[in-house]
Design a protein around this ligand. Structure first.
Ligand SMILES: Nc1nc2c(ncn2[C@@H]2O[C@H](COP(=O)(O)OP(=O)(O)OP(=O)(O)O)[C@@H](O)[C@H]2O)c(=O)[nH]1
Ligand SMILES: [Mg+2]
Length: 368
């Protein structure tokens, strides 16, 4: 009988090696975590002890890559074969029984705690929440009715995701809008200008510093003339303070060119507008259609540690809320607005007053 130890990153991998080398008749004697450290490139290793009564056929030896590594491993034991068929059969039966037990244990190991997961854990995974956050959030939840659990989850999220109050127009605001290209900065400015100007009766000034993109200033001027709000073009960040002085207004909304995170010059220029304007708020417009990592990287690079509030744009186009939920938990930046479509001025809502939190928890269409 040949008894030999095989190792792998998983028990299954070690078993495949055993079958490969000893043949299909090989039986499993034991399995578990590997006891030596030759697999030092891996974090964990597993070993199986397998046996066969048959001589190794030369054609079933492992391929070169496998054989090279196997041959350098220490064998636990190699025993000689027995010539007594009955004794061999008894031992074979014992070994088969052992094998059956081990098979059960292995299948338990390979399907870890599935039945024990919190029911909301799978719900959060289906919304594409990061596994790390899904596990952490559901760790706080008691077992019980799904609705009660969702309400508890909502409470937990309200403690962790800060919502900033909307611009009221009660005090003067100088708000600079930054964000990646096409995020919806200019459209959001038009929506807010309309809300604050037409609905709340505040005086509004629009300033664009976007002189890079063709027709960028015309886009804002068109909105300005429809809303009957003055629009001025600042060619340099240094020109912004003079316009603010010359056109006194309750609310000044300042547009900047869209920035790519690979263009540090553009990012610096947007932040220079923030500095020169002496902004009271900086709104970082971020598309809710981004993946978690793109959202987090872009938000960090564009805001460069200055305090910003988020305006989540295009939530109507986001298929699931999980990536954004995960990103918000990671970023810990307050959310002030959510934009829900292309319509000016309707498709915007305050994060505090709108559907954001319940959408993050339940998913589905934003206004479903
Ligand atoms: N579906 C949807 N589309 C939006 C939303 N907000 C803006 N858009 C659209 O997104 C496109 C880009 O909007 P802009 O406001 O020009 O974006 P921007 O960030 O100013 O773009 P740049 O100045 O080029 O960086 C336009 O077609 C908008 O109509 C939204 O909430 N939902
Ligand atoms: Mg724009």
């Amino acid at each position: 009988m040949i008894v030999k130890r095989f190792t792998g990153q998983t028990v299954e991998e070690a078993l495949i090696r055993a079958k490969w080398e000893l043949g299909d008749e090989a039986v499993l004697l034991s399995s578990g975590p590997a006891k030596d450290r030759w697999w030092k490139f891996w974090e964990r290793g597993y070993q199986v002890l397998a046996a066969t009564d048959y001589p190794l056929p030369s054609s079933t030896t492992a391929p070169d890559r496998v054989r090279d590594t196997e041959s350098s491993r220490p064998e636990i034991a190699v025993t000689s074969t027995s010539s007594e068929p009955e004794i061999r059969d008894e031992r074979l039966e014992e070994i088969m029984a052992l094998l059956t037990q081990m098979d059960k244990k292995i299948s338990q190991v390979s399907t870890p705690r599935k039945g024990k997961e919190h029911p909301l854990f799978t719900h959060l995974l289906s919304l594409e929440v990061d596994e790390k956050w899904a596990r952490e959030l559901t760790g706080f939840l008691p077992k019980g009715e799904k609705d009660a659990q969702l309400s508890k989850l909502l409470e937990i999220l309200k403690e962790r995701i800060v919502l900033a109050p909307p611009l009221t127009g009660d005090t003067p605001h100088i708000v600079v809008f930054i964000g990646p290209t096409g995020a919806g900065k200019t459209t959001t400015i038009a929506k807010l200008a309309s809300k604050l100007g037409l609905e709340e009766g505040k005086s509004v000034l629009l300033i664009t510093t976007d002189t890079f993109r063709v027709a960028a200033s015309e886009q804002l001027q068109t909105f300005g003339s429809i809303l009957d709000v003055p629009v001025v073009i600042a060619k340099r960040p240094q020109d912004v303070p003079k316009f603010i002085q010359d056109y006194p207004a309750d609310v000044v909304l300042i547009d900047t060119p869209g920035n790519s995170i690979s263009e540090p010059m553009g990012i610096r220029s947007g932040l220079s507008v923030v500095k020169h304007a002496k902004a009271t708020e900086v709104l970082l417009c971020m598309p809710a259609t981004y993946s978690r990592s793109l959202f987090v990287d872009t938000a960090k690079k564009l805001s460069q540690d200055i305090p910003v509030s988020l305006c989540l744009t295009k939530v109507d186009e986001a298929l699931v809320p999980g990536p954004i939920l995960s990103a918000l938990l990671e970023l810990k930046k307050p959310v002030m607005y959510v934009t829900t479509g292309q319509q000016v001025p309707h498709d915007i809502e305050s994060a505090e007053e709108g559907q954001l939190m319940s959408w993050l928890v339940k998913g589905g269409a934003y206004h479903g």
